[in-house]
Design a protein around this ligand. Structure first.
Ligand code: NDP
Length: 498
């Protein structure tokens, strides 16, 4: 029986996972589906390769990772085309995504030795006769499970840092974007041909589940919060540590002293780039009453100018066909509950496209405000002041990123957002700053990729003490005398008893 190709819906045909463009239905990728045994085999092989990779040391890995990022830079248009065809993402958005990934590889490669390498730590008076030594050793094999919406940036956010830390990586790309995942591992193999340090296994969700149970030493998951719960449950069986980058419903706050043109421009970008299919995309906006009407007008004007289509447009198709139903439900629910479409609305949903939609005065209990929409839609609600905006922004279980526009209070407001990240007078920018950690709180997950925390996420802290001299106050020995203990008690009272 021949499987039917519906644009954008991956199918399995003769043991191969076939991905297609959500815009045109053209075949994008065809890759062998891994069995449970294949997944275990991939992890076993990666373990051997990982030992070789760890043995290269920081300098050897740095050179190879920098060669990989150079290859990505040289072939940026080619990779952007694969991303565009397979996920429908506009080429310009794909290029921005790849640029960010290249920057992360570069930073991770250059900084791993400094952040993770062996170093002395200060000892304290209580154990002054010992020196302290700290280093972060690789876990071994890291499993990376990635989503489809940023099929380069998200796996590399984990994989580049895990590789720089000395781990081998087995990637399970989303079933919607296997060709992009394979492109990444193939390009890595070109610069590291000696061993299969970075490999991919393909298939549906069950292949991801098999990876969780395969004996990996750490699992880095990026995807929806619902799947994250399953991943954690599977990893709990073997006490496999997990990093969770889950979903979000990020808010933007527009304070009374904000530059409204800049805020509107960034809001439209933050909410509608990649057709709104962005974990850290702006989905909810809270604008202070005094600037609300002007701000909404400016957003509607800018969003109304965006073009929609398969080629050369600002907004491409919705990658995952069934997400269109979620977007439609959210728009309908916003309007049914008393909200108003200042732009777009139910008629904006024209599968596989959704045209820009701006919903205003939407009740906070509407699905459009409560749940991740993942479409080119925004809700903009009026608030009395920035305090009310913060309260509403923080009311959801998600806590990934966020944005604040304003002058005097903006940084203070950003600090009060219950989120892992925030941008002041911009949107999404923290994702591209490789020196900053990336990750969420609450339903958006835990653990961090990027930056120094992101490197440490993929290393096990190894602590060593080394005796430098005889103990003056011996206590951790059966050789201690009552006099030693009396002197210890006296010393402690002098040192800490004040
Ligand atoms: P999913 O949770 O549906 O899938 C994520 C990955 O998990 C896919 O590779 C999927 O495989 C795999 N998977 C599915 N079931 C299982 C299972 N039981 N065990 C292990 N792995 C499994 O998310 P989406 O791909 O739809 O991605 C969109 C979501 O990702 C959004 O919620 C978005 O906010 C979030 N996201 C979070 C980011 C962050 O950094 N916090 C960044 C980007 C996205 P398959 O595709 O084959 O089903």
């Amino acid at each position: 029986m021949t499987a039917v190709h519906v644009p954008g819906i991956p199918i399995i045909e003769a043991g191969q996972l076939v991905s297609t463009s959500p815009a045109t239905g053209v075949e994008a990728g065809r890759l062998p589906v891994a069995t449970d045994a294949d997944v275990r085999q991939a992890v076993d092989s990666a373990r051997v390769a990982g030992e070789w990779w760890a043995g290269l040391g920081f300098a050897g890995r740095r050179d190879r990772l920098l060669r990989w990022r150079a290859l990505l830079a040289k072939r940026i248009e080619q990779l952007a085309e694969v991303v565009h065809v397979e996920g429908g993402k506009p080429v310009a958005d794909a290029i921005v995504e790849i640029v960010t990934a290249i920057e992360h590889i570069d930073w991770a490669a250059r900084n791993a030795a400094r952040v993770l390498g062996p170093r002395r730590v200060r000892s304290r008076l209580i154990l002054a006769e010992f020196s302290g030594h700290l280093e972060y050793q690789p876990h071994g094999v890291v499993g990376v499970i990635g989503p489809w919406n940023y099929p380069v940036f998200t796996p590399i956010g984990s994989a580049a840092y895990a590789l720089a830390a000395g781990n081998a990586v087995v990637l399970k790309p989303s079933e919607y974007t296997p060709a992009v995942g394979q492109w990444l591992v193939d390009s890595f193999a070109e610069v590291v041909p000696e061993q299969q340090v970075f490999t991919a296994v393909h298939g549906l969700g069950d292949v991801g589940a098999a990876l969780c149970r395969s004996g990996v030493d750490k699992l880095a998951f990026t995807g929806s919060t619902a799947t994250a719960r399953k991943v954690m449950a599977a990893c709990a069986e073997t006490l496999t540590p997990v990093l969770i980058e889950g979903g979000g419903k990020d808010a933007m706050i527009v304070d009374s002293d904000a530059d409204l043109d800049a805020a509107a421009e960034a809001c439209v970008w933050g909410g509608m780039t990649n057709a709104g299919q962005t974990c850290i995309g702006i989905e909810r906006v809270y604008a202070v009453d005094s600037v609300f009407d002007t701000f909404v007008d400016k957003v509607v004007t800018r969003a109304g100018r965006l073009t929609v289509g398969a080629e050369g447009a600002d907004i491409g198709p919705i990658t995952m066909p069934k997400q269109v139903d979620v977007i439609r439900r959210h728009i309908d629910s916003a309007i049914a509950s008393g909200g108003r479409a200042a732009l777009g609305g139910p008629s904006a949903v024209q599968p596989p496209y959704v045209h820009p939609t701006v919903l205003v005065d939407v009740p906070e209990d509407s699905a459009a405000v409560q749940e991740e929409t993942f479409g080119p839609t925004l809700t903009i609600n009026r608030v009395r002041d920035a305090d009310e905006a913060v309260t509403r922004a923080n009311a959801l279980p998600y806590g990934l990123g966020g944005s604040v526009f304003g002058r005097r209070r903006a940084v203070a407001i950003a600090r009060r957002l219950r989120s892992g990240m925030a941008s002041v007078n911009s949107t999404l920018t923290f994702a591209g700053m490789s020196t900053l950690p990336f990750g969420g709180v609450g339903d958006s997950g835990f653990g961090r990729i990027h930056g120094e925390d992101g490197l440490r996420e993929f290393g096990r802290a190894k602590a060593i003490t080394r005796r430098r001299a005889r103990s003056l106050l011996p206590s951790m020995t059966f050789e201690r005398t009552p006099t030693d203990m009396a002197r210890l008690v006296k010393a402690i009272k002098v040192m800490y008893g004040r």
